[in-house]
Design a protein around this ligand. Sequence first.
Ligand code: 5GP
Ligand code: ZN
Length: 110
Amino acid sequence: MDCIFCKIAAGEIPSKKLYEDDAVLAFADIEPKAPVHVLVIPKQHLPSAAAVTAETADVVGHIYTVIASLCAENGWNSYRVVTNVGPDAGQTVPHLHFHILAGRTLGEMG
Ligand code: 5GP
Ligand code: ZN
């Protein structure tokens, strides 16, 4: 599949990895929008959070455990987790990903 995040998960495109296991990868965003900007993805291709079902919900729960430990280990104790669904929300890569943003005052959403 021609998906940039599948290629990153497979190691075909290099990334700055912060965490990896069989199901999940966390890596630095190439165009950081905050001093800390990490992307956490399932290695399995899911197009967005809108595609999560009972069958795939486990990996989302696992991603949140990875986010909690990664942030705790790095001392990021105030952060925002965002997942965009669809172009109006700003989704540019159609592979489910969670942004972790930290290191500055993030302001209101919108
Ligand atoms: P979205 O806009 O879909 O919510 O988020 C996609 C994110 O992926 C953007 O923040 C963008 O900077 C990041 N991104 C796009 N291509 C690459 C890449 O090749 N490597 C890395 N590390 N990040 C990427
Ligand atoms: Zn993919």
